[in-house]
Design a protein around this ligand. Structure first.
Ligand code: ACM
Length: 777
């Protein structure tokens, strides 16, 4: 069992090298004016057209919601519920459309207008939301809700305005992954509400993968009985008292699925289920081994990555998945069913006489053609049920029925190619829309992939490639963000990863491209955060934190400090230990401080701190210590840097480590070694739980020189002089950590790039750096 870390975050200079990455244009408002009534509408996504008017309309507890007819009444009541859930007054719905009312008007229109379009008028006499379809009326209600919740309290003053609005794209999506870590139904509904309040309309539900099968299929109960549980790797998979295996389980019953689908439909969100074949199918094969391509029995995996396991393409297997889809199509009324198709490495089919024979039988020249044959069969089956197939962009690598839609994730190239071939496309490139990548360089980020996808990166992505011919652009259905959950074990972390980046996706999906402007978006964002707070939606505070970078002069006992905010909001600070306020000095130029010093700082907009103040305790000792987050990746360490959670304790908070899994190595650039006698290294240990398929040869750790490997510290970088070598023990201490002390050779001086690495195979367990401390003579 491993002890959780005690307060790693904000522990002083340890992360001095972070910050100042990805600087963005300055967010608009750094004034301190406190306004009571919000006058400038801060809407996200920005509407297509908005004109402000004269005066305002006050919503009070007496304001009536007027609607006639079932659909308009339904929308009025949804508005009332959302307003109340944000702390606003409880408003009654009537049919009285008199003065002082908020009117919801549905005017069916025979012309082929966008069903998601609406118009909204606010005048001092009343408010009218108008649309010709219930969907549009709902989005008008969402805009009205945003106007009513952008101030300090709900039930407020709405500025007079006129909005004419309709979305740019019909597919404004978000993908949720319950296969790796499961979300309870209430949490899925919370996401659905949050999506609706961003005018997102498609929930892609990734229901099956190697680590879990999450949808009840009546005909095949073992899919969830066996495929719904895995034993997590390491301490997290053991009962802490008995040591017995403790499975991680979860699936949605068909009743729960129907409930979620209905809940989403009421909020005009279509749920697209994904049943992934032929790869990412270990859980299914574990449940029904006859589906597999090898004879070795499998279990639902507790590792992450790309697995070799593929389903076979026998008639029996095709029938099995047709039967699965037969149940799926009755549960999901939407047009699309996602069949996966990604990362299906073909080694098992290449090695299988049975699959090779099957290839000849169906006329497949390559293994990819065999995948194409499977996709084609499933497409045909879905078409007979009035459904359309969508799959990851790998499905393009074989012959693809023209009706199939492609979800472009390996960049935009697949989408571009698919659109040129006449396929519809949803753009969700991993480099711009994958929300398991971290969003800032803050040490307070949760586990995930540390290559940053900042809010600005997400916002800046346009799903229509400029190189795509005008005549093919209609094939781009829209944009989708995907939240893979390998490293996202809790719902709080899931919300952190999703918001506010999903707000950027929503704006790209809805707002005309010409109206998008990142500085303007960040100026509207503080109002959105208030809404999140009001409805209890979790979101990342990290983009709204103050960050610090320091240049220290240990001999002089001083440091030069630069404060910043990742989104460019004004940073205000104190040096007397007090909480920074809207009247505290704004950081403009680097500060020289004498140590010890306490710097407290926060990012401000609209006269308030956007996140809790950061406290930086700068002491002579803190200059000598650095955590893994503050260390650089060693050159040639491979590109797979991950921010990984410790495997234990089974319950409670766990330590988090930044580690390159191909080569456990960290570098402290330009460490000042003058007067340093030894180096203390604190390390943790985690299971190596990665499947890399064809990337496996990229693992290039240093060979061990003794049976259990060693800690090596080098000066002058990783190809420099070895300063210390300490043999590693078989296991960490009882608390899960290991403390090692490495004396430095006499005469080690000057500033040097300090390379810290563990030798030996990273399997089955891997040492990871927690903290390094320089110890003076
Ligand atoms: C994917 O990220 N493998 C679709």
């Amino acid at each position: 069992m491993k002890r959780p870390i005690a307060h790693r975050a904000l522990a002083g200079l340890a992360f001095a090298l972070l910050a100042l990455t990805g600087c963005t244009p300055k967010a608009g408002d750094d004034t301190d004016a406190t306004t009571s009534a919000p006058i400038t509408p801060s809407l996200i996504p920005a509407p297509a057209a908005l004109q402000t008017g004269e005066g305002a309309f006050d919503i009070t507890a007496d304001t009536r919601l007027a609607a006639s007819g079932e659909a308009a009444t339904r929308v009025a009541q949804q508005f009332a519920t959302y307003l109340q859930s944000a702390g606003g007054p409880a408003l009654a719905t009537t049919q009285d459309t008199g003065k002082g009312a908020i009117r919801f008007v549905l005017e069916p229109d025979a012309t082929d207008k966008n069903p998601e379009a609406y118009a909204l008028d606010v005048t001092p006499d009343g408010v009218t939301v108008k649309a010709h379809d219930e969907r549009g009326l709902f989005y008008g209600a969402v805009t009205l809700w945003q106007l009513a919740t952008q101030g300090d309290k709900s039930g407020v003053t709405l500025p007079a305005l006129h909005i004419e609005d309709a979305p740019r794209f019909g597919w404004r999506g978000f993908m949720l992954d319950p296969a790796r870590h499961f979300q309870q139904v209430d949490d899925v509904k919370k996401i659905i509400d949050a999506m609706a309040l961003h005018k997102l309309n498609t929930l892609h539900w990734h229901l099956t993968d190697d680590q879990g099968w999450r949808i009840e299929i009546k005909q095949y109960p073992k899919l969830t009985d066996i495929g719904g549980c895995r034993i997590p790797a390491g301490d997290g998979g053991k009962d802490p008292t008995t040591g017995e295996p403790r499975p991680y389980c979860g699936f949605y019953t068909q009743d729960q699925i129907r409930d979620v689908v209905k809940y989403a439909a009421e909020r005009h969100i279509t749920v697209v289920p994904e049943i992934n074949v032929p790869g990412h199918a270990t859980a299914a094969i574990a449940a029904y081994p006859e589906l597999g391509s090898i004879d070795t029995p499998l279990v639902p995996s507790n590792e992450w990555g790309v697995f070799p396991n593929l389903v076979n393409v026998e008639e029996g297997t095709i029938t099995f998945f047709e039967n699965v889809l037969g149940e799926v199509v009755t549960l999901f009324p939407g047009t699309y069913v996602h069949i996966g198709g990604d990362e299906a490495v073909k080694d098992q089919w290449e090695a299988s006489a049975r699959e090779q024979a099957r290839m000849r039988e169906v006329g497949a020249k390559t293994e990819m053609d065999l995948q194409g044959y499977l996709v084609g069969r499933l497409e045909k089956y879905l078409a007979t049920h009035g459904k359309r197939l969508i799959g990851w962009d790998e499905i393009l690598e074989a012959k693809l029925p023209p009706e199939a839609t492609v979800m472009s994730w390996r960049g935009i190239e697949g989408g571009l190619q698919a659109a040129r071939q006449g396929h519809d496309v949803v753009m969700s490139p991993s480099s711009k829309t994958y929300l398991d990548y971290l969003q800032t360089a803050s040490p307070n980020e949760p586990p995930g992939r540390p290559a940053l996808i900042t809010l600005q990166d997400v916002y800046g992505f346009d799903p229509v490639p400029t190189e795509l011919e005008e005549s093919q652009r209609h094939h781009i259905l829209g944009i989708q963000a995907n939240l893979w959950t390998e490293h996202t074990r809790t719902f709080a972390r899931l919300q952190h990863n999703a918001f506010p980046r999903l707000a950027a996706v929503a704006e790209t999906g809805w707002t005309p491209a010409a109206k998008k402007d990142f500085a303007n978006f960040t100026a509207r964002l503080p109002a959105q955060l208030k809404r999140y707070d009001a409805i209890g939606l979790g979101y990342a505070k990290t983009p709204f934190e103050a960050m610090i970078a320091t240049e220290d002069d240990r001999k002089a006992g001083t440091a030069k400090i630069t404060l910043s905010n990742p989104l460019g909001y004004a940073v205000r600070y104190t040096t007397d230990g007090s909480e920074p306020k809207a009247t505290s000095p704004a950081f403009t130029t680097p500060l020289d401080v004498k140590l010890p010093a306490t710097v407290r700082a926060a990012a401000f907009a609209e006269g308030r701190a956007l996140a809790p103040a950061s406290t930086f305790e700068l002491t002579p000792a803190s200059l000598l210590s650095r955590t893994d987050e503050a260390m650089a990746v060693c050159p040639d360490a491979g590109r797979l840097l991950l921010r990984l959670e410790d495997d234990g304790p089974a319950d409670g908070e766990r330590a988090i480590f930044n580690a390159t899994i191909f080569y456990p190595c960290w570098q402290w650039n330009q460490a000042d070694l003058d007067g340093i006698a030894s180096i203390k290294v604190r390390a943790g240990r985690i299971p190596y739980y990665f499947q890399l398929a064809h990337d496996e040869p990229s693992r290039n750790f240093e060979p061990a020189k003794s049976p259990l490997g060693e800690l090596e510290i080098l000066g002058g970088g990783c190809t420099g002089r070895t300063l210390a070598t300490v043999a590693l023990p078989a296991a960490p201490d009882a608390d899960g950590f290991l403390d090692l002390e490495a004396p430095l050779p006499a005469g080690t001086t000057g500033r040097q790039d300090l390379c810290v690495r563990f030798t030996g195979d990273t399997r089955p367990q891997m040492w990871v750096l927690d903290r390094i401390t320089l110890q003076p003579q």
